[in-house]
Design a protein around this ligand. Sequence first.
Ligand SMILES: *Cc1c(COP(=O)(O)O)cnc(C)c1O
Length: 419
Amino acid sequence: MYDNFGISKDIEKLAIETEEEIKEMLKIIENRCTVNSLKVLCAFQNNNISDMHFGSTTGYGYNDIGRDTIEKVFAEVLKAEDSLVRTQFISGTHAITVCLFACLRPGDTMLSICGKPYDTLDSVIGIDENPSSLKSYNIKYEQIDLVNNDFDIPKIVDRVKKGNIKLIEIQRSRGYALRESLTIDKIEKVIKTIKEVNKEVIIMVDNCYGEFVDEKEPIELGADIMVGSLIKNLGGGLAPNGAYIAGRADLVNLASERLTSPGQGKEVGPTLGINKNILQGLYFAPSVVASSLKTAIFTSKILEKLGYKVQPKWDERRADIVQTIEFGNEDDLIKYCQGIQAGSAIDSNSVPMPWDMPGYNDKVIMAAGAFTMGSSIELSCDAPIRPPYIAFQQGALTYEYGKLGVLRAIQNMLYKGKK
Ligand SMILES: *Cc1c(COP(=O)(O)O)cnc(C)c1O
């Protein structure tokens, strides 16, 4: 069977061996999936989800009962007072932008406590000069770097005590940075400490790639507001686009008035036929996130056995769905990414090549054979072409497809496509 897919006997053997060794860890992920599924199921039942919520609105989108109820369901799952779940958010970056512009006013200062935030926020904040940035509205930015992959608590406490910090941003996932992702224990501790110093500071968490990875979400840890993309974890592979903001009702309201307009807020926003996809996506999300995690664990173990440096290690507690692999040379990195593409169901005949991309200083290779363009809850792998040649892999809608994709990639790398 594997032979038909171009996977040789020795790699098949290695896969079976690997799976045996990670068995216990896969079981832990399955148990966590049950906990998260239960949250979703209860939220559906408590909100009496029925066929009528699959309806749609056009135009202004007044009285969209599906949309309003979806926002109640998301709020309940995330333990938030309210949420905004909209197709009008064109990306996670857009939702983060709306959230920041909603919470901050001229003269305010935002502080990032995990070093530099996700790359696309450079223009939003004004780290890269932009005439529409927060900086252009006289909103100031400061950052405190992580130390040994954890928050620099003394420095954070000092800065908050000095005053005039309106909002603190925490990014749970590593993004494309070479740091570890932040586990919920670390996030909980830092939030508690900040709130003891000043409970007025708004804590915002960029939760992209983090949802359902663990058993708690940022609001439960004390955050005021959180943001994520629907073509990542919570969309379950079925949401066609969109993002969400969830948290304190007053802040969600401010965000809604920034997304639409002051005075209209959450009352408008047509759903254009996507309500059922959003609900069904959320329904699948715990299991899809579990598949991504199992694929990441499998990848981590098998590539470690083959002698590559990986992060996180297979048995480490995870904070997001991202797996990094250090290839040490350009050729292996490119062959691996091309193999991920070749192992996909969509665009398997395309061969991704390193390319110049806006916002990056090095060439970048991106492999993704996805049903939804740009979706990274589906198996995907990207890498900047620079030493030490690290790839960022994430996703897989099912563990089985994820595993097959990874085996194809390994085959492509070790045998250059030949057997
Ligand atoms: C994906 C991601 C974002 C937002 O990215 P979009 O591509 O704009 O949806 C922001 N922060 C992190 C950590 C992410 O992983």
